[in-house]
Ligand binder design. Structure first.
Ligand code: SAM
Length: 298
């Protein structure tokens, strides 16, 4: 079992879809178009930290002019096991049928031709050549969503090395960038934000996490490795229609803040009580800053 439940990932997927930069992805897709990359037939894509497959469901239709082969990596075997059912419901909406088992399955229909292979692996072992060398080899795209803020600077350097070694284009979406605003404003919002951002930099399994610095670090490191890098904001703007996402988000922020500000539990709880009251009154809006980023080897 991992830290990211299927319920949470399902809850955030509509907000993620709405937030992502379609322009940035469009420019990358244009470059990946037929005749622009090696191997004209099938695009081979590596997705890191796949979870329930939200990144696949967002990206694959944009590449539907090509057959696609996706390698989906996560350390959470339960999430990967559930993938075929998450992909099947989505594929069916596109007239495509999923067949196969949980480690290898296909989605085929009039607008989709995708092979999916899953690998249960701990990405913190990225330096392990025997494990990760073959997974990166021969890919035409390395991608992830909502992953980079969890990783350390050292891990990101290793990722850049692996991608640059193969001259592989990259797409990293929805990296939290430290911006977080609540409306109506509360005097303790800024205090909570600074505590949450400190919590974001605690170890998430990869060493000290980059947290809010991750997007800038990715831009800097891929740029230094010779990539042409582009980025665009992909903020969540959560209003009343996203109340079911706002609630666990606010509760999660309160938990994180209380973990950092030991002894300040009552003040954190009071902040949460006020915010949940705003939510119940239907007037709460949350903005959470993210960045999408693409890199193209020069
Ligand atoms: C925030 S979720 C994002 C999932 C999915 N990409 C999405 O956008 O919904 C982060 C994912 O990274 C995975 N993950 C976290 N640490 C990992 C590690 N050390 N190795 C492999 N996967 C990891 C989690 O299991 C989870 O599925």
């Amino acid at each position: 079992m991992g830290d990211f439940s299927a319920e949470w990932l399902t809850l955030r997927e509509p907000a993620d879809r709405q937030a992502r930069s379609v322009e940035l992805l469009g420019a990358l897709v244009e470059k990946l178009g037929p005749g622009r990359v090696r191997d004209e037939r099938t695009l081979s894509i590596l997705d890191l930290g796949t979870g329930t497959g939200a990144n696949v469901r967002y990206v694959a239709p944009h590449l539907s002019s090509r057959a696609q082969c996706w390698c989906l990596v996560d350390r959470d075997a339960d999430l990967l096991h559930q993938l075929p059912q998450h992909i099947a419901a989505w594929a069916l909406d596109r007239g495509a049928i999923v067949s196969g088992g949980s480690s290898s399955f296909v989605a085929r229909g009039p607008t989709l031709d995708c092979l999916f292979e899953t690998r249960t692996a701990d990405l913190s072992r990225l330096a392990d050549d025997a494990l990760f060398g073959p997974l990166f080899e021969g890919r035409q795209l390395v991608t992830a969503s909502a992953l980079l803020d969890l990783v350390s600077e050292r891990w990101l350097e290793l990722l850049v090395d692996r991608c640059a070694a193969g001259g592989t284009p990259v797409l990293f979406a929805l990296t939290y960038d430290g911006r977080m605003a609540c409306r109506p404003e509360d005097p303790d919002d800024a205090w909570i934000r600074s505590l949450v951002n400190r919590h974001q930099q605690t170890n998430k399994g990869f060493g000290r996490a980059l947290g809010p610095d991750a997007a800038m670090a990715a831009i800097r490191l891929f740029g230094a490795a010779g990539y042409e890098v582009a980025s665009a904001p992909s903020d969540w703007v959560l209003g009343g229609a996203a109340a079911s996402l706002q609630r666990p988000l606010l509760e999660g922020w309160a938990t994180a803040a209380a973990e950092i500000a030991r002894g300040e539990g009552p003040r954190v709880r009071d902040w949460l009580t006020r915010r949940l009251a705003q939510l119940d009154a239907g007037v709460s809006e949350l903005i959470v800053g993210h960045q999408d980023c693409t890199g193209w080897p020069r």
